[in-house]
Design a protein around this ligand. Structure first.
Ligand SMILES: Nc1ncnc2c1ncn2[C@@H]1O[C@H](COP(=O)(O)OP(=O)(O)OP(=O)(O)O)[C@@H](O)[C@H]1O
Length: 140
């Protein structure tokens, strides 16, 4: 998926204020298929002239209430980034097992994995349930 091919800091994104992410459009029940048009998803979550913040809120991403509280209070986040707005509904959907996403450095990709994992683990089960393995660049 090339969620934000236009993420060049010198080029402002197209003006799409007022458009919101329609999660139904993500076809999240489709398994092992590519998104029809990733560019549509990019446009739907782009805030007017902001490169990193999306037009939607964490509440719209169906995260656990405790996770949302932590994002606001502990982390001080205000809104999901674009890559988070696009990928978190997919990560949270059990039919998606694998996801390849591309976004600019520091736009919150790693956080996507963390939030996605938190949404899928059972806090009452006292056993390892998830592994987050950094890619080669982070290990160096
Ligand atoms: N929605 C958000 N709002 C504000 N800050 C955020 C948000 N998501 C992530 N961050 C912060 O932005 C920084 C970069 O996040 P993260 O490491 O997830 O990005 P990344 O795309 O994986 O980065 P890299 O490309 O360098 O691996 C971190 O300090 C993280 O806490």
């Amino acid at each position: 998926m090339t969620a934000n091919q236009n993420d060049d800091r010198s080029v402002p994104p197209p003006s799409t204020a007022g458009l919101v992410l329609n999660i139904a459009d993500l076809n999240i029940n489709r398994e092992n298929m590519f998104l029809d048009d990733p560019e549509d998803l990019y446009i739907n979550v782009v805030a007017d002239n902001t490169l990193y913040a999306s037009t939607i809120t964490f509440e719209e991403l169906n995260l656990l209430p405790e996770v949302i509280r932590g994002l606001y209070r502990e982390m001080g986040f205000k809104r999901p980034s674009k890559i988070q707005a696009i990928t978190l509904p997919m990560i949270s959907s059990p039919s998606y097992k694998d996801l390849i996403a591309q976004a600019h450095n520091g736009t919150g990709k790693t956080t996507c994995f963390g939030l996605g994992m938190l949404g899928r683990v059972d806090p009452n089960l006292r056993a390892p349930q998830a592994l987050h393995l950094p890619h080669q660049a982070l290990k160096q």
